[in-house]
Design a protein around this ligand. Structure first.
Ligand code: ADP
Ligand code: ADP
Length: 218
């Protein structure tokens, strides 16, 4: 489902990724752990086609993403990849419900169907009392859960998450784990998750350990 080969990335003089190769099969839940600054977020951005590698290849769902024009890449991303990034903010002018619906509307899906699924996701995630609120009116944990619902609305084949439980208390974090494994079992969605949460890492199919720009062990 996700294949990265010999990925290198530098920011200025800093070599952040030093030849990372990674293969993730459909329906796998994989955690990435490792010290701060080891390149985990950078790898996630490159695999998610938000950033470009200096060298190496990324193939997702059989598509070599370098071959896509910027427009095709944007459409590919919206249809195939869900992002849960801590710094990937919700749109402030829109309500929680609208924020979740937007990727579905962009994908050209029926408005009613998208809204129904958004309501179900927000219910499962325990934020259905916040449908008409704007992001600024939500707590950090509520914003996080809305962002999770938004990432899942198009049932993307691949979900990339950077510290998805970072703003959540233990109970909500546990519910998020349950949701991840439920979705994997039902739809064979693939999850790649950067996390410090030991419980989530323990439950994952595989844990990749990153250090100094390399995956050093599984
Ligand atoms: P991690 O997620 O493991 O904490 P990151 O991938 O965020 O690691 O960062 C790895 C290194 O790359 C850090 O030294 C960080 O400061 C640097 N870095 C990440 N993104 C950028 C960027 N856009 N510009 C410059 N340096 C960056
Ligand atoms: P995390 O805590 O999840 O590892 P970071 O705080 O390292 O994330 O990075 C958050 C965002 O800021 C990312 O999009 C990353 O690419 C960017 N970033 C990180 N370090 C730098 C930097 N030194 N210069 C510019 N952008 C950076």
């Amino acid at each position: 489902m996700i294949h990265g080969k010999d990925i290198h990335k530098a920011y200025g003089n800093i070599q952040v990724l030093r030849g990372v190769s990674i293969d993730i099969e459909r329906g796998e839940v994989v955690s990435i752990v490792g010290p701060s600054g080891s390149g985990k977020s950078t790898l996630l951005h490159i695999l998610g086609t938000l950033d470009k590698a200096d060298s190496g290849t990324v193939t997702m769902n059989g598509v070599d993403v370098r071959a896509l024009s910027p427009q095709k890449l944007a459409a590919f991303r919206n249809r195939n990849i869900g992002f849960v990034f801590q710094f990937h903010h919700l749109l402030p002018e829109f309500t929680a419900l609208e924020n979740v619906c937007i990727p579905g509307w962009i994908a050209g899906r029926k408005k009613k169907e998208v809204q129904q699924e958004a309501l179900e996701l927000l219910e499962i995630l325990g934020v259905s009392h916040r449908l008409q609120n704007k992001p600024a009116e939500l707590s950090g944990g509520e914003q996080q859960r809305v962002a999770v619902a938004r990432a899942l609305i198009n049932k993307p084949a691949v979900v990339l998450a950077d510290e998805p439980t970072g703003n959540l208390d233990t109970t909500n974090a546990k519910e998020l784990h349950d949701l991840v494994f439920d979705l994997r079992d039902r739809f064979r969605q693939t999850f790649l998750i950067v996390t410090h949460n030991e419980e989530l890492a323990r439950l994952s199919d595989r844990v990749l350990y990153m250090k100094d720009g390399l995956i050093v062990s599984q």
